[in-house]
Design a binder for this molecule. Structure first.
Ligand SMILES: [Zn+2]
Ligand SMILES: [Zn+2]
Ligand SMILES: [Zn+2]
Length: 234
């Protein structure tokens, strides 16, 4: 049995489980939560780190964090290779840059972990992908899954699938991230994938469930060809 993250004892009858599988008795007073794994923080815990100016990361997430461009570079070749194995290869390679999560999250209602910068040429309607930005300080698994999600946006743009319905676009990208997480075969990756599938957000969670249903019915190749050629699900 694991021990409680706050008191170090076997957890009480009622306890919470973080996305890493760590237990915390529900009886401890909660100051705030880890932005990445939802672990509760007790007021006495000092070894937590900042994520954005209004959010924090627990020691477990910090121990596997991608905080620098150099750390990011270590993971990107494996992510690209995994994507190719899943049949997703970018016609033009796109640069991945770590950015301050505060720059990406000027408003704090929902947390944005990555974004793909695109430029649309009005006269030709051609979309260029300028680059991918990922929030610094994510766990390795969050980082890689977010890169995969953003490569999904770049791939759709480079395949000419622009002006998609937002639910469909985010759903395809979440499907790619989910497929990558599934390949990792780690409990944390499985938990992240499950939480993405259960995400109540109608665009991200709803889109993922919609696209996944179509893939179960028609297969991934048919779904992606249909989305790229006609801009809708088969
Ligand atoms: Zn406890
Ligand atoms: Zn955490
Ligand atoms: Zn997205």
């Amino acid at each position: 049995m694991t021990s409680c993250t706050v008191c170090g004892l076997p957890p009480m009858a009622s306890y919470e489980i973080s996305l890493h599988g760590e237990a915390t008795c529900v009886t401890h007073q909660v100051l705030d939560r880890c932005a990445l794994c939802v672990r509760p923080r007790h007021a006495d815990e000092r070894n937590w780190a900042r994520f954005t100016s209004t959010t924090v990361r627990c020691p477990t997430c910090v121990s596997v964090a991608v905080d620098t461009q150099q750390q990011a570079r270590k993971h990107i070749p494996r992510v690209r290779a995994d994507m190719v194995a899943l049949g997703i290869e970018l016609p033009q390679r796109v640069r991945v840059t770590l950015v301050d999560p505060d720059v990406m999250n000027p408003d704090t209602r929902s947390l944005c972990l990555g974004r793909t910068l695109q430029r649309v040429w009005v006269d030709t309607a051609v979309t260029d992908v300028l680059g991918i930005e990922i929030a610094g300080g994510l766990t390795e698994t969050h980082f890689c899954a977010t890169v995969v999600h953003e490569i999904g946006h770049a791939w759709l743009a480079q395949r000419g699938a622009v002006n998609l319905d937002q639910t469909l676009e985010e759903g395809v990208c979440e499907l790619f991230a989910g497929a990558w997480l599934k390949r990792q075969r780690t409990p944390f990756a499985d938990t992240l994938r499950r939480s993405a599938l259960e995400n109540p957000d109608p665009v991200y969670g709803g889109g993922y469930r919609l696209v996944r249903e179509a893939v179960v019915r028609h297969g991934i190749a048919v779904v992606l060809d249909h989305v790229c050629a006609r801009g809708v699900l088969p």
